[in-house]
Design a protein around this ligand. Structure first.
Ligand SMILES: [Fe+2]
Length: 194
């Protein structure tokens, strides 16, 4: 099936789930099998986008509907490249398309030494490989950092409940306990598939 058709089918599933699901956790759980199917699509991230950038990870918008109720984004991670500790403020699924990723998950511990009245505690460090799916949802599973621990590039495909390239969110600085606002824009201005 052509990639465009796969995306339309996936959009159909997202919309059905959004109509019924009550919590963001529920959306993530119900969407997972549909996302797993989408991840089997060959060349979802076309070859010309797959070369890692030397400075940092690359982020490409693959698809979003006009009303922006979700977006599908491809990330290319060079060996050792990282994303700092950040939140999303929306549900999301992270599928490993090529290579492997190490994800460190955090939670806020209230009343500690941070200037915001909390500090971050590591909940888990997980290694995810091809076809594995990780997830995020606020408020309890929303903060993580990501790293490509291998010598090979990695590609991850993400789906979020908004256009994540426009979403204002936060980076957490462990050393100073401060946060900064961030919008991580896509490298491409219009989606690869439209
Ligand atoms: Fe993330």
């Amino acid at each position: 099936m052509a990639i465009r058709n796969q995306l339309i089918k996936f959009e159909d599933s997202v919309r059905k789930i959004l109509k019924d699901a009550i919590t963001e956790k529920e959306i993530v759980e119900r969407l997972k099998p549909h996302f797993q199917t989408l991840l089997q699509t060959k060349d979802l991230l076309p070859a010309e986008y797959k070369k890692p950038s030397s400075d940092k990870y690359s982020q490409f918008l693959l698809y979003k509907p006009e009303d922006e109720v979700f977006s599908i984004v491809g990330f290319v991670w060079g060996p050792g490249q990282t994303a700092p500790i950040h939140d999303h403020l929306v549900w999301g699924l992270v599928g490993i398309y090529e290579g492997a990723i190490e994800e460190t998950r955090y939670r806020k511990v209230p009343g500690a030494t941070g200037e915001q009245g909390y500090t971050l505690e590591i909940i888990d460090v997980v290694h995810v490989n091809r076809n594995d799916i990780s997830f995020v949802y606020p408020p309890n599973a929303d903060i993580h950092s990501v790293r490509n621990p291998s010598e090979q590039p990695a590609i991850t495909i993400h789906v979020y409940g908004t256009d994540i390239g426009k979403q204002q969110r936060h980076i957490y600085h462990q050393d100073t306990h401060a946060t900064s606002d961030v919008i991580t824009v896509h490298k491409n201005s219009s989606p690869i598939y439209s």
